[in-house]
Ligand binder design. Structure first.
Ligand code: URA
Length: 270
């Protein structure tokens, strides 16, 4: 007999939600074990022996896998999508082991994305309570407010009332001359790079922004509120994980054991 684990852990580990979310799903009759609806998630199941269904689909338990991907533009942070290629598809055969992206990067954002099948770790990494830093590089067109750094540090409130945690904004030296783009154009549209006769020279600013949360389009909306427009966005790091300089968009690698341990330490699981 193999090792038995609790049903809530089994489902959470396989990315079906947090433990409380899967508990709630089971209460609603969405979970079956060996053909029977199971509402008690503290019961134990044996991976490979007991059959577990979630919303009618079989969930197979597998050991943890962790991949760091440099997400290219044009690919969606999802496991399935009717229209676009997904980050999971980029991983090829490894992607079929129940991996999912930890959080989302927009389709036009590049950079560090963690893929795993470790639902609990993913949940902790994304929790604003764990204060895991996510650092972004952005090329911004337009001029940011003079007190942009202070506004970000104070915790901004967006126009729709969304309250943000304090963030660290750094204005990098230079005016966006170092365009960073997978396609060599830095994601800038032709319009953004050309200047009509008599028009003012376009102004670009390079910034680094460190957030401890991941609200919808957060970087773009913050920059907009500060008076600019993001024309290129790349995630540089997440907690202890850093995107290596030499890693091209679309490249990926397994995390080392040390990196996995560091991630666990950062999120309070030692
Ligand atoms: N903030 C954004 O606006 N987009 C991303 O993809 C990530 C953070």
């Amino acid at each position: 007999m193999g090792e038995k684990i609790r049903l809530d852990r089994f489902l959470a580990d396989m990315g079906k939600g947090s433990r409380s979310q899967v508990k709630e799903a089971a209460r609603k009759g969405r979970v079956r074990v060996n053909g029977q609806v199971e509402r008690k998630t503290d019961r134990k199941v044996e991976p490979g022996f007991d059959q577990v269904l979630f919303d009618g689909c079989e969930v197979r338990y597998c050991t943890w896998e962790y991949y760091l991907l440099n997400k290219p533009q044009g690919v969606v942070s999802a496991t399935e999508d009717g229209r676009h290629r997904t980050v999971v598809e980029l991983l090829g055969p490894e992607g079929r082991k129940g991996l999912f992206p930890v959080g989302r990067l927009d389709i036009d954002t590049e950079g560090l994305l963690l893929l795993t099948n470790d639902g609990e770790l993913a949940h902790r990494l994304l929790s604003p309570k764990k204060h895991v830093d996510k650092q972004y590089y952005a090329l911004v067109s337009g001029r940011l407010a003079r007190d942009a750094v202070e506004q970000a540090a104070a915790g901004m409130v967006l126009a729709d009332g969304t309250k943000l945690l304090a963030a660290k904004l750094e204005i990098l030296p230079g005016q966006g001359r170092r365009w960073h783009g997978g396609d060599g154009r830095g994601g800038l549209s032709a319009k953004g790079r050309t200047r009509e006769e008599g028009q003012e020279e376009p102004c670009f600013t390079e910034i680094r922004l460190t957030l401890q949360e991941g609200k919808f389009h957060q970087v773009k909306r913050m920059v907009e509120a500060l008076g600019g427009t993001v024309v290129y966005l790349k995630r540089l790091s997440m907690g202890p994980l850093k995107l290596e300089e030499g890693m091209r968009p679309g490249e990926y690698r397994r995390l080392t054991q040390e990196e996995v341990l560091l991630l666990k330490e950062w999120t309070g699981e030692g």
